[in-house]
Ligand binder design. Sequence first.
Ligand code: SF4
Ligand code: SF4
Length: 492
Amino acid sequence: MVYQWSELESIFVKLGLEIFDIELEVKDKNEYIYNGKSRNGAIGKTSWYIPLSNDETKELGVEKGGCGLKIIKYPVNVDIIDEYHRLLNEYSIQKIMNKENMAPDIYKLLLVKNKCPISYEWLSRTLEFPSGSILFAQVVEDITNCIFDESILTTEDGIPYGQKVDDFIKKCGQLRIVPYDINIENIFLHNGELKVVDVHKWKRSYSIVAPKAPKYVQIELNNSCNAKCAMCNIPHMTRNKGYMTDELFIRILKEANKNSVEYITPFLHGEPFLRRDFVDKLHLINKYAPNAKITIFTNASMLTENAINKLAFIRNIDQIVFSFPGGNKEIYEKVTGLDFENSYMNICRAFEVLKDIPMRISMPIFTDNADSESDFYALWEKYPCSAYETYNYLGDVSGTLADKCYEHCDRAFRSMTILFDGRVCLCCMDSDGKYIMGDISKNTMLEIWNSKTYLELRQLHGICRNAYEPCSKCTLDLKTEEYVNAYCDNNR
Ligand code: SF4
Ligand code: SF4
């Protein structure tokens, strides 16, 4: 099967590659006979090209040293898809390492159509020996004033050794990244620190397998709220407001029970206690999914004495999280539009009455309330409390603080998120339900969970979350269980 560039371009663009419409000419047909094997004898499929001269950088519209150019060295054929997956993996690894200052920030990839698998002429330069990593390392050295000194880091046979290399590999292990073919061509010294140059010799140290059914199900009982927090998606939501019917809710609970769902969160976008019958819905969970643990998120403003007393009779509450986005009255009221004293007193009362239920107070931090974080901790010093940097809801909300993330996301592998009308959306970030995975009022939980749409999401996430279009914009950093386990193992 031969792929057309037009088909491939769209998937490469997802990765963030810029496609240059240049067809490299074969300089000399004899050069198809490849002599330039790398040290271990492998013939690479791609090579690096770093635009250095002013002409090159001008033509590409990039800064000198601002990007690495990845050239595919063979005509397009079926292998290109493997190559695409490899590039995706490489891309996420490089981003993760760069975040930790362990790889250079010159990895903007440009892809050039290449008709010649061996050598090529492009712009003003001819690459006679495109072995990749060495060239790349030398260029990095030129650009960044790094030292690329093999004698410091290798034995006479060129094998990496020494404390620095050991420490570096250990640190990579903590990021769940391991070398599968480490040689000195892959790393260089920068200000006394090692950095990975060509990350394609590195891979993730764990793999992800989705369970047969979701472990977590988040159910939107209503998508309205009495607050208007600026860092929340609620004020930006354009879909209709509504309540889930009991018939649909019970159907979902029965399915959850049948598939041994472990956690049910009867909340998605909105304030659950706005429904006066909310505690009755918790009884329904106890009745129809008796083993499921329940997590509750609330702004506490509607948490009346009566509601608190009734909560004491609900089984399996795993935890109640009180969202409190302001450390003092002024900020809290400005951000939420709610009454500070009312919410504060309701939370205190809940802690007094519900002694057997784990509870904590959580402060979502964003630009408008960040200054009151210390007030928040002072205000709640007697109670379990924590703060977190808010997410951008796929770019819909500004002023949020979490950075872009490149790790695999737990939501794609463990969670199912159900809107009040029964549609299953991508996750809690998809507040407008733009990315629909199925409809639980029409299909079973397992049909949706194992649908082509979900499988594609997981396949691409397993390689790099940036491959899936909405996820490439997401700043929610929710790691998979495998990732967390691998991390714990490495730190034991
Ligand atoms: S209280 Fe919660 S759901 Fe309501 S607007 Fe604020 S953050 Fe959003
Ligand atoms: S990466 Fe973000 S948008 Fe994608 S599934 Fe995970 S939480 Fe949702």
